[in-house]
Every structure is written in structure tokens, then in C-alpha cells.
Design a protein around this ligand. Structure first.
Ligand SMILES: *[C@@H]1O[C@H](CO)[C@@H](O)[C@H](O)[C@H]1NC(C)=O
Ligand SMILES: *[C@@H]1O[C@H](CO)[C@@H](O)[C@H](O)[C@H]1NC(C)=O
Ligand SMILES: *[C@@H]1O[C@H](CO)[C@@H](O)[C@H](O)[C@H]1NC(C)=O
Ligand SMILES: *[C@@H]1O[C@H](CO)[C@@H](O)[C@H](O)[C@H]1NC(C)=O
Ligand SMILES: *[C@@H]1O[C@H](CO)[C@@H](O)[C@H](O)[C@H]1NC(C)=O
Ligand SMILES: *[C@@H]1O[C@H](CO)[C@@H](O)[C@H](O)[C@H]1NC(C)=O
Length: 623
């Protein structure tokens, strides 16, 4: 009994400990272009060798900044590999992630340095590189906080015609689901792109890992901010430990609160201005801890926080709001910015001085809807069967980011499902040599298909007849053969059909031909042998091959029979003519014939009598 009880206790304890101890967050780091896994100092971080990319070329890297991970290779994407290229990483657990991409510079003399390109995560554009990025440390990477819900992450690079995108590394680091939550109504539909992170009063840039931060923090990068400038402030620092720092959901490193900037008598306001993209919403996170030994109680330091001149937080009293000295206080707010600058001002009240420990600014990006997955698969199948050249790219999502749709595919947002769908295919005159797959019909929102002036061969897939919305079908000047599928007749919306300039044969479906009356424009000319509508030859009877063979043989026998019959008839007629001629000459021949038959009869009787006699006389006669 006691043993049983102990066992129970053991099980209970192990369940308790496993539920209270948190798993390590998911972390995937890729060293782009690397052929082997790489381990980097100082923490022996593991970077997986290059995988899951759609194309590109591995090369040797120049790191644009000393804060870039110490990796020697990169992957770059020449335009010949298509305008968009992606890393598609599978088996990523559902959750909230920091996605960070460091850029590289290709270590080759003849390549343009500092390429400019756009970056998207899960179909949402998160950044567009601006010239000069490679000379600013905190612009040598882009980082965004995203929710990943479907087990994959797709990170794409979009050429803008200014050099080849070159990528040093990718990091996909799980963070708390509630981290950086900016309000109850915003959730998975929002992406926060890191604009700036500053550690105030700190002379050196730091990552969370340098601060021994919690892994659930996502290894944030903090730029140094030793001073806001103009002798307006003084740095403060402390060795004392800070309460409430590394706590859920954001797990800020404690060291972040051990330095600060404090305003001076000469310049009581502390102000920080950064350049931003206009007409965007920004989420701002401000960090405070009272680490100044001269401020010992609530009410001694009170200030307002203004953003672009508007008061966002009034009468901030750090000790009062955090509950104590050496205790972390985080305030967050989201503001709309119309201009190109964002200014955060701390305005002290009653002769006190303002203090600030750290600042975070994020651009709030509404995540794009994606394309209906079955339509993406249908386009990928089309890409393969048509043998689409690599310069098309066709990687990532066909419709988003909206700035970079796939060329040749027209998109429309379906408001009922809130997914993008494909309503047009324009791949005319692209030198395509493949065939049209039957699953093109999965693109069931198509209104227009133009594949004219290519070299597409094979039959027209009958499944086209199930795309009910199809209005325009231009397959002219290709090598389509076989007959026009009967199913096309079901398409009541069709108003333009160009099948001219192919090798089609057989009957034009009557239902299709019948629509000629309704002001539709159809062109069936220049084919191997179409028939059955006005303007084309009339068709022979509609027959199967075996029927044709049957008819062939039948015809041959009829002709043979006719020949035999006429021969017989001719012979008979000849005989009759001759008999008539003989009769006309007095008929001696007829008399002779009568005589002859009489002789034959006589001979038969004689023979018969002879045979019987032989049988009666015995076998000896026969031998
Ligand atoms: C990269 O550098 C190594 C030597 O460090 C060299 O062997 C290799 O050829 C280089 N690769 C490219 C693509 O330049
Ligand atoms: C900013 O946020 C407000 C409120 O959520 C929203 O109405 C507005 O469209 C957003 N602006 C931009 C540029 O995203
Ligand atoms: C950020 O602010 C909003 C309201 O302004 C609040 O609901 C939310 O809890 C804050 N987030 C954190 C992590 O403090
Ligand atoms: C299809 O594209 C060709 C150009 O390649 C154009 O001439 C033709 O008008 C287009 N067809 C339709 C139906 O728009
Ligand atoms: C169409 O052409 C292909 C070769 O491109 C051939 O294999 C096929 O049999 C042809 N189909 C018909 C119905 O003529
Ligand atoms: C049909 O196509 C042929 C070329 O194949 C062209 O010459 C003719 O003008 C077209 N007919 C109409 C009615 O568009």
C-alpha cells in the first residue's frame, strides 16, 4: 500500500514538474549558401546549412556590419532566377515568432554592391531596402514578429531591378504567443516590423544573448544610445538587480534596465527623433526603471510622454507605477504617423528630470490575405507542364505581396472567403512548349485565358468546360491537336474563343457553334480540319474508327459484288445474244444439242448396268 502511494506521489510530481518547466522555444537558424552546418561564437550558436530555397546561387559573403553573424557564405538571386525567390521552411510549430533576416554583400568584384530589394514574410511585405542600408548597423537585417499558423513559413525576396538580393542568414525564433500584444482586437492578422530598438545610456550594441536574456525573448538586437546628443542628458547605470524585468510575455533582459539616460538642468526635455515611413501606424514600447540613487520615493520624478507633440502618457511616475525603485515599468502605445519623423519627448514636471532606459518602435503591418491553396497548387502544376522559364520565378504566393504578384497571373480578392483567387492567365507569346494540364480547371475563378502565340501541344483539356466563369479563351497559334472538347459547349459565359492557328480537327461542338448567333466572336480558322459550323466545311457522319474500318470493308465488298454481278450479267447477255444469233440462222446447233444430251443419257444407263454386273461378278474383276 505504501509502495503504491509512493508511486502515485512520483507520478504526480513528474506531471507537476513537466507542466511547470517550460519547453525551450523553437529555433531555426540557417546559414545561407553554407554546405555544412556552422557553429558561431561566443555561444556556439548552431546554423543549419542552406536548405528550403527555391533557387539562387551560393557565394562568399562580405558582412555589411560587425553585428552580422560571423558567417562566410550567402545566397544571392540573379534576375535570371526570377524576380521572386523564397525560403520555404516546413514543420514550424504553430505559434508566434521573431523572423530575422541578415543581408550580405557578394564578395565578387563585378557585382553591384548594396542591392536594393523587398522582403516579404508569409506573403506580407515587411521591408523595402533603401540605399545606404549597408552602412548602418541596424539596417543590415530586417526583423518582424509574425504568427505562423499553417506549419510553414515562406520568406521571399523580391527584385526591384537594383542588384541581386543577397541573404546571409535566416532566423525563425519562437516567442510567447502574447508577446508584444498591442490590444485585444489585434492578433494574428498583425505583423510588427522592428523599426528601432535602443538601449539608453549604453555605449555598445547588444543582443539579448549578450545580456544573458531568456530564450523566449527572441534574441532581440539593441542599438547603443550613449546619449541623445547636445549635452541634453547624462548616462546612469547600476549593478543592482532589477525586479519585474525578465517576465512573461516579453522576457526583457534585466541588464536593459541597468542603464538609463537622465535629462539635465540645462535641457529638461529628453527627445528622440527617428525617420519613419509616412502614413503608417507605429507601436511604441518605453522602458523605465528608477536606478538613480538620488530619487528614492514616488513623486520625486514625474514627466509626460509626448509622441509627435501629443501627450500619450501623462504624469509618469516610475516608482509609483512600477511599485518600487529598481523595478521595471513598460508602457506601450500605438500611434498613426503621417509625416516622415517620429519624435518621442519626455517632458518633466515640477522641476524634476526625466529618465528612460530603452525604446522600441515597430511598424504595425496588417497581414495580407493569401491565395486559395488549391489555386496555388494548380498554378504550380501549370508552371511544370507548360515548362515556364525560370525567369518567371513563380515562387511564394501568386497574388501577395500585392506589390509583387506573379507575372502572367491576374488576381482578385474573393470577399466571401477573404482569399485571393486567380481570374486571368496572360501567358501569350512566351515561347512555352509544354502542354495544358487537366487540373487547370482547379483555377475555377478564371475569366480569361490567353495562351496565344506559343508552341503548346497536345489536346485541349475537356475539364476547361467546368470553369463556369470563363469568358475569354485564346489558344490561337499553338500546336493543339485532337478535337474541341464537347464540354466547352457548357460554358455559357464564353464570348470570345480563338482556336485558330492550331492542328485541331473534327466537329466544332454544336452548342459552341450555336452561340455564334449571340454576338460572341469565335475563330476556328487555320486548323487541320474542323467542321460543322457556318464558314467551315460540313462534317461527314460522326463515326468511330472501328465503324470506319467496317464501312471501308463494307464498301469494298459492295464494289466486289457489283463487279461480279455485272460480269455475270455481261456473260449471260453474251450467251443470250449468241443464242438469238444461232436461232436466227435456222438452229442446226440446237438440233445437235438435243442429240448430244440424248447420247449422254444413253451412256449413263450403260455405265450403270456395267457397274452392277461388275459387283455381281466379285472382287476379282475390280483388281
Ligand atoms: C569562396 O571562397 C573559397 C575560399 O575561401 C573558395 O575556394 C571558393 O571558390 C569561393 N567560392 C566562390 C563562389 O567564390
Ligand atoms: C492605423 O490604425 C487605425 C486604427 O486601428 C486604422 O484605422 C488605420 O487604418 C491604420 N492606418 C494604417 C496606415 O495602417
Ligand atoms: C500594451 O498596451 C495595451 C493598451 O494600451 C494593453 O492592453 C496591453 O496589455 C499592453 N501590453 C503589454 C504587454 O503590456
Ligand atoms: C491574346 O494576346 C495576344 C498578344 O499576344 C493579343 O493579340 C490577343 O488580342 C489576346 N487575346 C485576347 C482575347 O485578348
Ligand atoms: C496530338 O499530338 C501528339 C504529339 O504531339 C500525339 O502524341 C497525339 O496522338 C496527337 N493526338 C491526336 C488526337 O491526334
Ligand atoms: C481568324 O484568324 C485568322 C488567322 O488564323 C485571321 O486571318 C482571321 O482574320 C480571323 N478571323 C476573325 C473573324 O477574326
Amino acid at each position: 500500500m505504501l509502495r503504491f502511494y509512493l508511486l502515485w506521489l512520483l507520478v504526480f510530481c513528474s506531471v507537476l514538474s513537466s507542466s511547470s518547466a517550460r519547453n525551450a522555444p523553437y529555433a531555426m537558424r540557417i546559414s545561407c549558401g553554407a554546405r555544412q552546418n556552422v557553429h558561431t561564437p561566443p555561444t556556439n550558436t548552431r546554423w543549419f546549412k542552406d536548405f528550403a530555397y527555391t533557387g539562387g546561387v551560393p557565394g562568399n559573403a562580405t558582412r555589411p556590419s560587425f553585428i552580422s553573424p560571423p558567417l562566410g557564405t550567402l545566397r544571392y538571386f540573379p534576375l535570371s532566377e526570377g524576380p521572386e525567390n523564397c525560403y520555404n521552411i516546413n514543420r514550424v510549430p504553430k505559434g508566434h515568432y521573431t523572423v530575422r533576416i541578415f543581408f550580405g554583400l557578394v564578395n565578387l568584384a563585378n557585382l553591384d554592391h548594396e542591392p536594393l530589394f523587398d522582403i516579404s514574410v508569409e506573403g506580407t511585405q515587411i521591408s523595402s531596402l533603401k540605399s545606404g542600408w549597408s552602412s548602418e548597423d541596424d539596417q543590415s537585417f530586417v526583423e518582424a514578429l509574425v504568427f505562423l499558423t499553417d506549419g510553414t513559413v515562406s520568406i521571399c525576396f523580391h527584385s526591384t531591378g537594383h542588384g541581386d538580393p543577397a541573404i546571409l542568414s535566416l532566423e525563425i525564433l519562437q516567442i510567447d504567443d502574447k508577446a508584444y500584444s498591442i490590444g485585444p482586437e489585434r492578433g494574428e492578422g498583425v505583423i510588427l516590423r522592428t523599426t528601432k530598438r535602443l538601449s539608453c545610456g549604453n555605449p555598445k550594441p547588444k543582443f539579448d544573448v549578450d545580456y544573458s536574456g531568456d530564450h523566449w525573448g527572441g534574441d532581440r538586437f539593441w542599438s547603443q544610445m550613449p546619449t541623445f546628443g547636445q549635452n541634453a542628458d547624462q548616462p546612469r547605470s547600476t549593478e543592482s538587480s532589477i525586479k519585474q524585468a525578465s517576465k512573461s510575455p516579453n522576457f526583457y533582459p534585466e541588464a536593459l534596465y541597468q542603464t538609463a539616460l537622465v535629462s539635465t538642468d540645462s535641457q529638461p526635455d529628453l527627445a528622440y527623433t527617428l525617420d519613419v515611413d509616412p502614413n503608417k501606424n507605429y507601436s511604441i514600447w518605453l522602458h523605465f526603471a528608477e536606478i538613480d540613487s538620488t530619487i528614492t520615493e514616488a513623486g520625486k520624478r514625474v514627466f509626460d510622454v509626448l509622441i509627435n507633440g501629443d501627450i500619450e502618457f501623462e504624469g509618469v511616475d516610475v516608482i509609483k507605477m512600477s511599485g518600487d525603485r529598481y523595478t521595471a515599468l513598460v508602457l506601450n502605445t500605438t500611434v498613426a504617423v503621417n509625416g516622415r519623423t517620429l519624435t518621442i519627448t519626455l517632458h518633466p514636471k515640477g522641476g524634476s528630470h526625466a529618465i528612460i532606459n530603452a525604446i522600441e518602435v515597430f511598424e504595425v503591418i496588417v497581414a495580407e490575405s493569401k491565395t486559395l491553396p488549391e489555386e496555388v497548387r494548380a498554378l504550380q502544376s501549370l508552371k511544370r507542364s507548360l515548362g515556364l522559364p525560370t525567369r518567371f520565378g513563380w515562387n511564394g504566393d501568386p497574388c501577395v505581396p500585392q506589390q509583387h504578384p506573379w507575372s502572367g497571373a491576374d488576381c482578385q480578392l474573393d470577399h466571401t472567403t477573404n482569399k485571393w483567387v486567380i481570374d486571368g492567365l496572360d501567358l501569350d507569346n512566351q515561347g512555352l512548349r509544354g502542354f495544358l494540364p487537366n487540373d487547370i480547371s482547379k483555377l475555377r475563378h478564371l475569366q480569361s485565358i490567353n495562351l496565344s502565340w506559343n508552341n503548346i501541344h497536345g489536346g485541349i483539356p475537356p475539364s476547361l468546360g467546368t470553369i463556369a466563369s470563363l469568358e475569354v479563351l485564346d489558344l490561337s497559334f499553338n500546336s493543339f491537336n485532337g478535337s474541341i472538347p464537347e464540354s466547352l459547349g457548357q460554358l455559357t459565359a464564353l464570348r470570345r474563343v480563338n482556336l485558330n492557328g492550331n492542328s485541331l480537327s473534327g466537329r466544332v461542338p454544336a452548342t459552341l457553334g450555336g452561340r455564334l448567333l449571340h454576338r460572341a466572336s469565335f475563330n476556328f480558322t487555320d486548323n487541320a480540319g474542323l467542321c460543322g459550323i457556318p464558314g467551315l466545311p460540313t462534317c461527314g457522319p460522326h463515326l468511330s474508327t472501328s465503324a470506319k474500318i467496317g464501312i471501308g470493308f463494307g464498301g469494298f465488298f459492295i464494289i466486289l459484288l457489283l463487279v461480279i454481278c455485272s460480269l455475270v450479267w455481261w456473260k449471260r447477255r453474251q450467251n443470250i445474244l449468241r443464242t438469238q444469233q444461232l436461232a436466227a440462222r435456222g438452229a442446226p446447233y440446237a438440233k445437235a444439242r438435243t442429240q448430244l444430251s440424248h447420247d449422254i443419257q444413253l451412256a449413263r444407263h450403260h455405265n450403270y448396268g456395267h457397274a452392277r454386273t461388275a459387283a455381281e461378278n466379285g472382287p476379282s474383276l475390280l483388281s
